[in-house]
Design a protein around this ligand. Sequence first.
Ligand code: HEM
Length: 439
Amino acid sequence: MSSLPPGPRMPRALQAIGWTQRPLPFLERCQRRYGDTFTLRILHWGDWVILADPDDVKKVFTAGSAVGVGVANPLLGPVLGPRSVMLLEEPEHMTRRKLMLPSFHGRSVAAEAEAMAEAARREVASWPLGEPFALWPRMQEITLDVVMRAVFGPEPEPRLDTLRQRLRDLTGWMNEPRNLAMLAVFGPGWVTRSRGYQGAMVPVEEAVMEEVRRRRAEPEREDIVSMLVQARYEDGSPMSDRDLRDELVTLLSDGPTSTSLAWAFERLLRNPEALGRARADALDGDGSYLDAVVKETLRLRPPVPVVVRRLLEPMRLGGCELPAGTTVAPCIHLIHRSARYYPRPRLFRPERFIEQPAGTYTWIPFGGGVRRCLAASYAEMEMKRVLRTVLSTVELRSATADSERARKSAISFSPDRSGMVIAERRSADPVGTSTLAAA
Ligand code: HEM
């Protein structure tokens, strides 16, 4: 313990409260007091050495087999399952990653982009006019639509509506504040023992495996389930049922894209100049400003504020010799908020990414190295596409006076009032109607 860098000396239970209740201010306070490298000691989670210097983060991300998996989020193990690419150790992780890469990189970009826009158009058409509503659940509907189409294919099939509802129920269970509180108090073991979790997870697993069986019977389809069912390891063997269950649940439980979209609107609607430029780009631009909006949103409100690794060999980080077995946590949030790399870091200013490209180790919302998000470019494209469609279809304004704070939800950090907005007809639109569907 003494070989780890200093950090708060309060009891583990209190550190757990800081971490679960107000994690971002807690991290910032610790950095002010202890610098870029400090140790948190969190009940149920052990000791984490937080790294906020990009040189240290680079060292960890490029360390190859000298680092192993660490789990930043207690829900990941039970929900994704032990055979998920996110939780496999090397060399198995890399073998699996190669099998999964074509899922997001071998597909028709134009067809995907149009499907994303279509999902957004359909959703916007159902929004009420002139009354407040929460944007985050609406963004969840869009991203669920998009991922369902990618994973199961474009044809509407009634039984997939059942799976869609089961996934909503599972997400609802995971984001339920009471369940998040129980998890913080009793630790990850509580999840699998909970009847509520079983009740939400088992129907999802059954429906997912039903799709796997169907794709085995009709292998010529081009969706992700079919690709994974047909994929073969180098020795010619297919993925097992367990592998398929875990990978498909991993893909379907995407949370960061919907929270990032909710944040993009939350920030834009409070920054009229940026909103004006984004709208102009959406209506008649080359997309470069929308690209900068996506980058700036992921900088200022990264939905995943830390990633975690376990050192398999001793490593010198932050001036300390850390022993093998240490858990280290590259801190996306603190690096993104550093005035060293981002002048006036708390300002939402997309222009910074037009003036300067994103740095490999100073802009890391998707993590880095061999575990960098498999769907990073796909997710950025989705965000841009949804922003473009929404901004060119409807005028939104914020429904609340104050900025929303980041709240820890199941998979990522979301706006604490779920992004309250009011939709209004675009001025060019025809006469008044009660919903945008009719406009
Ligand atoms: C804005 C949206 C997203 C953000 C910010 C994000 C962020 C991340 C981060 C930080 C990691 C690295 C975790 C680590 O280093 O331990 C990661 C990994 C991963 N993400 Fe994403 N993600 C996003 C969207 C998605 C989507 C849409 C999918 C798929 C549907 C996805 C699938 C994955 C997978 C499979 C991995 C594991 C990669 C590996 O371990 O090799 N992500 N993501």
